[in-house]
Write a protein that binds this ligand. Sequence first.
Ligand code: F6P
Length: 525
Amino acid sequence: MEYVNLDKTEGYKALQEGKKSSVKELLTPERIKAQSIKLGGGLNYNWAAMPISEETEGKLQKLSDEMDLIGKYKEILSGKMMNPGEKRLVLHHLTRGNVLGVKVEADGEDKDEFYKGELKKIKDFSEGVRNGSIKGSTGKEFTTVCQIGIGGSDLGPRALYLALKGWADGNNVKQLKGEFISNVDPDDAAAVIERLDLETTLFVLVSKSGTTQETLTNRDLVLETLKNSPIEGFVPSKHMVAVTSKTSPLAKDASMLAAFFMDDYIGGRYSSTSAVGGVVLSLAYGYDTFAALLQGAHEEDVLSTEKDIKKNGALMDALIGFYLRNIMGYPATAILPYSQALSRFPAHLQQLDMESNGKHVNRNGEKISYPTGPVIFGEPGTNGQHSFYQLLHQGTDIIPLQFIGFRKCQYGKDIVTAGSYSQTKLNANLTAQIAAFARGKDDENPNKEFDGNRPSSLIYGEELTPASLGALLAHFENKVMFQGFIWNLNSFDQEGVQLGKVLAKKVLAGCEGDEILKAYADFLI
Ligand code: F6P
């Protein structure tokens, strides 16, 4: 498979020389109806309000074919070494199904079997906890699960946990309460521990490497609290399980109730469908809920193999995102879910996208000359409307928007006030925003004028369920992966986070003669 820089392709040249279209001139009711692509889990991706004419769409298809983006995805799926920085395979898709049905072997084992084996362990353990056959050390049933981890070992699982809370309530699903500790700031752990009943809490310590400073510090802090518990008969080791890789120091820690494994072929930010998300979600909502999420993700992975960009939502989203970044020159993208359940989803996508594609060298480590991943940020609507939307509507930068919305709410506790349900008001706002951003508004007073032409896409569906959530997650994972191929990046390493970690250690060791570090440390330590 050939991996070339974007600026060496015919397709990029053709797009640069092509006519740029405006959203205002393109947007019609017919286009809104026609420009939807089916995603997994009953979702749809609509790109009617994007500055993509039929001509541009044809050019994006050509670029996709020229760069063989689908071929590259299939290389990942078939277990090729696709993380050259760390010389690793990239196997997160396999945690939710075998898309190509090919055997993937590494380290002398069948990886499909390995992930299935871990899933079986998760199923048995979570069922044991939920049916009360596995209890806390004082004989009480567990009612709360508290995950300790950071980055990919926190953001995805936490976002997914929150996303399913209302669905579980609305469907009378038996629940264990979920709590999360991530920051090394002691106030994070203190605030969570304060509201826990230790006798009925099961901690899930999650770290792929088993060496992350924040996570090990929080583990020690929690263990100290557990050891100091005055409760008679309380045994800390009966209240903590680990999720890690077999080669990490945590894997050898005998003082855990159980251990579940992922491996080095699952990047932290892509690990939500591995044991990293599986243990906490199966404990909180039941294994069947997690299995439904995996099924939705797998469905989306299968759809993502389609070559025709009009049938492949993740690929289309990736190509449009690249067009907005490299041809239109837009620096950021906002993720705007009109769903409170997705309150932490933008934060997860921030890591997923920016840690994957925030790179300035290609897969061979050579500097590249074109822009890569955009800045990602976001908040749920309508809260965002009363905050940063001012800049989105009238600021001097154009920020492309990714809206997400559902017809139905999750809890089913909605009432009619002033003639409409809250859910209707929510979606009326979403509808209004898409039109306002696209069309703008003329006014004699420039302060009240809206230029419009602000592009947006919409992912929509009936309801946020485990299956649609899984598909939504996989959609963005695959979008980011395709964009990495377009920019010829290694989207699966993260060297950019290392320097700060090294310097923090140096500060803790007394700054080792580094005067700049010392001067700042004197303010704070
Ligand atoms: O600091 C970045 C990072 O390496 C992320 O990529 C990862 O998700 C996070 O740290 C946590 O890593 P671990 O699971 O090994 O503790």
